[in-house]
Design a protein around this ligand. Structure first.
Ligand SMILES: [Zn+2]
Length: 480
């Protein structure tokens, strides 16, 4: 089934390719040998610009012309993986000196990734990467169904998916020349997805079947790939399949080490989480030397932990200090300190933070004013997440019936005012309970909205629970 999906994608790419190569072919000739030319056409654009990044830094931006075409001519390109953003979407592009590479894509949300096609230098690597991205998306639910299989069977399934894709790559490369870095990237897009699933396996297998396979796996060849891992591959630091693998690899390693060496059994309480995450930070610190990768992984551990336990005791304080001493990235340190301060401000019985919001009639008010009388539950939604918007509307209607003593107040994130007004008119939300902030990042940071099912429960402007969940917090056995 996966092969079949690949074949369709390939065919679609070929059709695009033949109709489109003629458009730009004249542009390739007159540039010096090291200059990179990256250009393309965007059907149904969603913004006026295309922005090119190397890691987390902007390389350049280009405005679309009247025919929705853009071009970059770059004299000093650092070779390797880049990404480009056409707001709100982004995708990877692999560039090497002297490359002349064209893209075509349809920016409508449903087509962005599926329609993206590269032609020119390094098109094989780039088309292969996007094809793998789509294949892995299609495959995800199948792999999740494999998690219940015994280790050997699971391993065989993963190995076979992996080798099918690598064979496909070899076929594509039959008549193509490709650089070592290009090949490394193409194979990484296959391998690290497979390795990631293996790192996840014991946790998901246990969740699905109750069976603990942790010890068993390390004595077999299940984790064979670990022998040849490169934990410091600078080329892949910002490549999601590699980075996701690294996160789970350290999660898995530290979990095992905590059981074996620290005698840790509890991983669910705040104390257990604290121990595990401290251990994970030390492990990353000792094994990862590549600067960006190391800092990003450390930031991820700190962020994850603080958002999960959202406590502010002395131990948590020391955890933040540990993070500060390990991280070499000042921006990350500031961000984590800021987050910790935000969490401190959102503890039970504290006054709600100051936040200006606007109601459906365009009047300005504040969070405190809205929650002045009685019990209020603030929940969040955005027009970008249509399915969430539908679910949250349903859940709020249900909760309003079950908990008439609470007022449920929606705060919109990241939707333009006209779109917000239109959506409010379309749905039968009670307009007196709908608000939006002019700057959604201010709302998000002040209330630490790290996921969309979050809710903030208050009583008379005081916080009851600032880290509630619109579903779990209102289950019959639990109090909000
Ligand atoms: Zn430990």
């Amino acid at each position: 089934m996966v092969k079949f999906a690949c074949a369709i994608v390939c065919m679609r790419r070929l059709l695009f390719f033949s109709s489109f190569i003629g458009l730009f072919s004249c542009a390739e000739k007159s540039t010096p040998p090291e200059t990179v030319y990256f250009a393309g056409e965007i059907v149904n654009p969603t913004s006026d610009y295309v922005v090119l990044y190397k890691n987390d830094a902007v390389v350049d931006s280009a405005k679309l012309d009247e025919n929705n075409r853009f071009s970059f001519t770059l004299d000093n390109v650092e070779e390797g993986l880049h990404h480009f953003k056409h707001t709100p979407q982004l995708q990877y592009v692999f560039l090497e000196k002297g490359d002349s590479l064209l893209i075509r894509l349809n920016a409508s949300p449903a087509y962005f990734d599926e329609s993206l096609v590269f032609s020119g230098d390094n098109d094989v690597v780039n088309n292969f990467m996007i094809e793998m991205f789509l294949t892995h998306e299609d495959e995800e639910h199948v792999v999740y169904s494999y998690f219940k299989l015994p280790p050997d069977d699971f391993s065989r399934k993963m190995d076979s998916l992996q080798s099918q894709k690598l064979e496909e790559l070899e076929l594509l490369l039959n008549n193509e020349e490709i650089s070592e870095n290009g090949y490394a990237l193409a194979t990484a897009s296959v391998n690290y997805t497979s390795f990631l699933y293996k790192e996840k396996y014991p946790f998901y297998h246990k969740k699905k079947t109750g069976e603990d396979t942790f010890d068993q796996l390390v004595t077999t060849d299940f984790y064979n790939y670990r022998k040849e891992l490169n934990l410091n591959d600078r080329r892949l630091s910002y490549f999601k399949p590699y980075y996701d693998f690294m996160k789970h690899h350290f999660g898995n390693l530290s979990y095992m080490a905590c059981i074996k060496n620290c005698g840790q059994e509890d991983f669910y309480s705040a104390e257990g989480q604290l121990h595990l995450n401290k251990h994970k930070m030390v492990m990353i610190d000792s094994l990862v030397t590549e600067e960006h990768l190391r800092d990003n992984l450390l930031r991820n551990v700190a962020m994850d932990f603080l958002l999960k336990v959202h406590m502010t005791n002395d131990e948590c304080h020391r955890f933040v200090e540990d993070f500060e001493s390990l991280s070499n990235n000042d921006a990350h340190v500031e961000e984590i300190k800021h987050l910790f301060k935000g969490i401190k401000n959102l503890q039970p019985n504290k006054a709600l933070p100051h936040l200006v919001l606007e109601d459906a009639q365009g009047n300005t008010t504040t969070l405190r004013d809205i929650s002045r009388n009685g019990n209020t539950v603030f929940y969040f939604w955005t027009a970008d997440q249509k399915r969430h918007f539908k679910n949250v509307s349903k859940q709020v209607k249900k909760l309003e019936k079950l908990h008439p003593e609470h007022r449920f107040v929606g705060i919109n994130l990241n939707t333009t005012k006209p779109e917000w007004s239109a959506l409010l008119t379309e749905t039968n939300f009670d307009l007196t309970n709908q608000y939006r902030g002019e700057n959604f990042e201010t709302v998000q940071n002040t209330l630490i909205v790290d996921h969309l099912n979050k809710c903030v429960v208050t009583k008379d402007t005081l916080i009851v629970n600032a880290f509630g969940n619109l579903y779990a917090s209102f289950e019959p056995t639990k109090k909000p």
